[in-house]
Write a protein of this length. Sequence first.
Length: 97
Amino acid sequence: MSEANTGPERRGLTPRQARRVRIALSAAIMIAVAATLVLRLGSTHSVLTVGFYGIALILSGSALVLSRAGRTRWATLVLGVGVAVAVVAEWAVASLR
Protein backbone atom coordinates (compact mmCIF):
# COMPACT_ATOMS: atom_id res chain seq x y z
CA MET A 1 0.00 0.00 0.00
CA SER A 2 1.33 3.41 -0.86
CA GLU A 3 1.26 6.35 1.49
CA ALA A 4 -1.11 8.24 -0.83
CA ASN A 5 -3.87 5.70 -0.09
CA THR A 6 -3.61 5.91 3.64
CA GLY A 7 -6.09 8.32 5.17
CA PRO A 8 -5.68 10.29 8.32
CA GLU A 9 -5.49 8.17 11.41
CA ARG A 10 -8.90 7.88 13.03
CA ARG A 11 -9.08 8.88 16.66
CA GLY A 12 -11.84 8.31 19.12
CA LEU A 13 -14.44 5.62 19.26
CA THR A 14 -15.91 3.82 16.32
CA PRO A 15 -19.69 4.09 15.98
CA ARG A 16 -20.13 0.56 17.32
CA GLN A 17 -17.96 1.33 20.35
CA ALA A 18 -19.85 4.57 20.98
CA ARG A 19 -23.16 2.68 20.92
CA ARG A 20 -21.86 0.10 23.35
CA VAL A 21 -20.53 2.77 25.72
CA ARG A 22 -23.85 4.63 25.70
CA ILE A 23 -25.81 1.40 26.17
CA ALA A 24 -23.65 0.52 29.16
CA LEU A 25 -23.96 4.07 30.53
CA SER A 26 -27.75 4.01 30.12
CA ALA A 27 -27.98 0.66 31.89
CA ALA A 28 -25.75 1.86 34.73
CA ILE A 29 -27.82 5.01 35.18
CA MET A 30 -31.00 2.95 35.09
CA ILE A 31 -29.66 0.74 37.89
CA ALA A 32 -28.56 3.79 39.90
CA VAL A 33 -31.95 5.47 39.49
CA ALA A 34 -33.74 2.28 40.57
CA ALA A 35 -31.51 1.96 43.65
CA THR A 36 -32.09 5.63 44.50
CA LEU A 37 -35.83 5.13 44.11
CA VAL A 38 -35.75 2.24 46.57
CA LEU A 39 -33.76 4.33 49.07
CA ARG A 40 -36.05 7.35 48.66
CA LEU A 41 -39.15 5.19 49.14
CA GLY A 42 -37.63 3.88 52.34
CA SER A 43 -37.53 7.39 53.77
CA THR A 44 -40.47 9.07 52.00
CA HIS A 45 -43.60 7.52 50.60
CA SER A 46 -44.61 9.96 47.91
CA VAL A 47 -46.39 9.53 44.60
CA LEU A 48 -44.31 12.39 43.20
CA THR A 49 -41.09 10.57 44.10
CA VAL A 50 -42.26 7.46 42.29
CA GLY A 51 -43.36 9.60 39.35
CA PHE A 52 -40.10 11.49 38.99
CA TYR A 53 -37.90 8.43 39.29
CA GLY A 54 -40.27 6.50 37.06
CA ILE A 55 -39.79 9.17 34.40
CA ALA A 56 -36.02 8.88 34.84
CA LEU A 57 -36.25 5.09 34.38
CA ILE A 58 -38.36 5.50 31.25
CA LEU A 59 -35.87 8.01 29.83
CA SER A 60 -32.97 5.64 30.58
CA GLY A 61 -34.78 2.89 28.71
CA SER A 62 -35.46 5.27 25.83
CA ALA A 63 -31.76 6.09 25.69
CA LEU A 64 -31.00 2.36 25.48
CA VAL A 65 -33.35 1.97 22.52
CA LEU A 66 -31.96 5.07 20.80
CA SER A 67 -28.39 3.81 21.27
CA ARG A 68 -29.23 0.45 19.78
CA ALA A 69 -30.81 2.21 16.81
CA GLY A 70 -27.60 4.16 16.22
CA ARG A 71 -28.88 7.50 17.52
CA THR A 72 -26.14 7.87 20.10
CA ARG A 73 -26.15 11.67 20.25
CA TRP A 74 -29.89 11.76 20.82
CA ALA A 75 -29.52 9.02 23.42
CA THR A 76 -26.94 11.09 25.28
CA LEU A 77 -29.17 14.15 25.15
CA VAL A 78 -32.24 12.25 26.37
CA LEU A 79 -30.28 10.51 29.09
CA GLY A 80 -28.45 13.55 30.42
CA VAL A 81 -31.13 16.20 30.23
CA GLY A 82 -34.05 13.95 31.08
CA VAL A 83 -32.55 12.31 34.13
CA ALA A 84 -31.13 15.62 35.38
CA VAL A 85 -34.53 17.32 35.08
CA ALA A 86 -36.28 14.44 36.87
CA VAL A 87 -33.77 14.43 39.75
CA VAL A 88 -33.78 18.23 40.13
CA ALA A 89 -37.59 18.31 40.02
CA GLU A 90 -37.81 15.64 42.73
CA TRP A 91 -35.27 17.51 44.87
CA ALA A 92 -37.18 20.80 44.39
CA VAL A 93 -40.48 19.22 45.44
CA ALA A 94 -38.82 17.54 48.43
CA SER A 95 -37.27 20.84 49.56
CA LEU A 96 -40.69 22.54 49.55
CA ARG A 97 -41.95 20.26 52.31
